[in-house]
Design a protein around this ligand. Sequence first.
Ligand code: PLP
Length: 495
Amino acid sequence: MTAQTPKTYDDLKDAFQSFISRRDKDRHMNIFWETNPSKFDNGNQSLIELSGGMPHESFFPIESINLNILKEPVSNDTIAALVTKEKPAALPLARTLQYSLSEGFPPLIEFVKRFITKLNNIPLYDTNLWKVVLAGGSCDSLFKIFETCTDENSTVMVEELTFVPVVSNIINTGAKVIPLKLNLNNDDEGIDLNYMESLLSNWETGPYKHLNRPKFLYTIPTGQNPTGLTQSVEKRRKIYKLAQRFNFIILEDDPYGYLKFPKYNHENPLENPYKDDQSITSEEYIKNTLMKSYISMDTDGRVIRFETFSKIFAPGMRLSFVIMNNFFYDKFLKFQEISTRQPSGISQQIVYSTIHSMTSSNYNNDVIESWLQWIMKLACNYTERRNVMLQTLYESESFNKAQFSVVEPSAGMFIIIKVNFNEAKGDIISQMGKLFNLMDSNGVRAILGYKMAFDQEFSKDHLNFFRLTYAYADGNNQIKEAISRINKSLLEYFE
Ligand SMILES: Cc1ncc(COP(=O)(O)O)c(C=O)c1O
């Protein structure tokens, strides 16, 4: 296929109709209410609605919500904001507690669009040909995309170690999932390009020749789950070129992109350029710290980008958004309309009101700048935690006895440690199990890496790791205590 920049909706339809699932064709919303505006025009009298099964707002049990919003993460200082049935005017409680538009509330979508535009997380083709839709967390967004796009005839490429619930989503649609080799080292992080290119170039003679050529790549490019690795910009450009050459869609799942850190400094382990005395500005953060997204390279409409409020606001909000071309958007929305109908109104309310209240006193009332400052402060906290965990790992006796090695993340929430098992002592999975039990009895748990490999035979060289997170600990002391328990367990295991 020759890559083409779409100019019209028909161009999108021509290019992407073949990426839509069989199930989508049978999906129809039976609309039984009138959608055209009323012709009633009688001075100051208004139309009386007896059509929608919507409860009157006086029946809603919540009259108002007092938000006490943290000024910055981990602080006790708060800003108070009152949300009522009339306030804030752009998105009052009377609206958010009511049924509403499937795509989400326009003021929140407008905010998201301004935010992603400021961060360059938008495509290169005509701005009238892409849209943003809100959904109930990235898991929900991804589920809906696979429902829309994949079926028994589809093949999806996925990093060999991945966020496995997504693999279940894909398989549930009947599609086949094939693993892509990962480089688990800090020199050439993430997808092994040579492997990928050779696989695609030699498809008809390769290990998956019985399957259709892949139509999708699902990737977590920054702070990958579980490896913590981040693809270089050069690698992203090459993968995008492969997508054009072999005509596949890139599903860019990026929950960790904003939690981006400087490289760990072995000479000065606690170095943290986000900290006040070395503080980086939001311009620098956007220009020099954040990674370039796949969507910002997209001239063709072949990238679908998934963002979520889970890691930068709170997972319980179940609020996310997807950026995609209008053709995929229409199909996605059709499914949203007949499934969840709309993302939670109360979540949209709280996210919108919190972000807009953070801004009042600081940063010249610039809502984008204030939200960026919040995110950078989170990234600052995560940088510190990452530094503390790595430092404690490197200082441990077990590390110094070469019982494990570490992969250093520059984004996200995860560090993996690869254990140097002696294969003469048994297969890796049973050794991992024994070590896991020992760690458990010493009071620490981590994720067994092999559980994040969906094809264990393919990933047989990468089964020996634990995924640790520095996100959930109470603070630095608890991180240190956890690592000391891991150290103890490893020493006991290898003694
Ligand atoms: C790669 C990846 N995608 C999606 C999610 C889930 O995001 P959400 O909470 O928005 O559903 C996670 C969460 O752990 C994740 O690691």
